[in-house]
Design a binder for this molecule. Structure first.
Ligand SMILES: O=C(O)[C@H](O)[C@@H](O)[C@H](O)[C@H](O)COP(=O)(O)O
Length: 247
């Protein structure tokens, strides 16, 4: 990992966390739009869906019409399935923020066989970045599971964690249902300009400590080490307990 410091923010309430995330979105968006192009963001699923919706609705200065949304991971289910991360954003974020259009989301084609679905998503992603170098996302929004997974990269899956060639790979044995997914790999993840973990709940406190204080390399989240970019942790008091000043 570069010597770059990890920025950590611990907020009292979910509302304050969403507002802080909104201000980080303003910062990251500005960096992209000043280059005269769209803001390219990678999304995770789970609790981030509602949190991102809150962050955007509480930050009116965002120019979300210029955003292109990708999925850092997606479940291998139909796009209208309740397990689909796209479906979660469609039913939460798109309904609450009608100025954001479905066509701004680059969906995975889960009608293809799993391996083809992953390769196809990689080519869709490369097309958006349009040059042959390693695509550099403006921002990736990540979560962490109780086992330290992030995206759909899970502990004890060394082949997936060690992937250095492909940018998107199939996952067949996710311990978090559903079992089949596609996921970004570390070469793509660690090339982002900004990476933000948005983490809530006391249930995350221990894994946050293990991943980001102890740097336990058994945990995929601990392997998120931007090569040139900035890593930021935005947490509530529960998840970020270890970062609170000692009483
Ligand atoms: O599709 C997924 O399941 C997510 O991308 C996954 O990586 C998520 O970020 C973590 O499991 C944390 O989920 P919570 O934030 O809901 O705890």
């Amino acid at each position: 990992m570069t010597s770059q410091k990890v920025r950590t923010f611990v907020l009292e309430t979910e509302e304050q966390l969403a507002q802080k995330l909104g201000l980080e979105l303003v910062r990251c968006e500005k960096q992209a739009l000043t280059k005269g192009r769209s803001f390219r963001i990678g999304l995770s699923g789970g609790s981030l869906v509602q949190l991102l919706t809150k962050a955007i609705t509480s930050t009116p200065q965002l120019d979300t019409a210029r955003w292109v949304f990708f999925f850092c991971d997606e479940r291998y289910v139909p796009n209208d399935h309740s397990d689909s991360t796209f479906f979660a954003y469609k039913t939460h974020l798109l309904t609450q923020i009608p100025t954001i259009l479905e066509k701004q989301f680059i969906k995975a084609d889960t009608t293809k066989p799993l391996d083809e679905c992953a390769a196809d998503y990689e080519s869709r992603l490369r097309a958006e970045f349009s040059d042959n170098t390693l695509p550099q996302f403006d921002l990736l929004l990540l979560g962490i599971g109780p086992d330290g997974h992030t995206c759909s990269l899970f502990p004890d899956q060394p082949v997936a964690l060690a992937e250095v060639k492909r940018l998107v790979i199939p996952i067949r044995n996710s311990p978090k249902p559903p079992p089949e997914r596609i996921t970004f790999t570390f070469p793509l993840i660690n090339n982002a300009t900004d990476t933000i973990f948005a983490l809530m709940g006391a249930g995350k406190a221990d894994i946050v400590k293990r991943a980001f204080v102890e740097s336990d390399e058994q945990l995929p989240a601990a392997l998120v080490r931007p090569t040139k970019g900035q890593l930021t942790l935005i947490m509530d008091n529960g998840a970020g307990h270890i970062f609170l000043p000692a009483k």
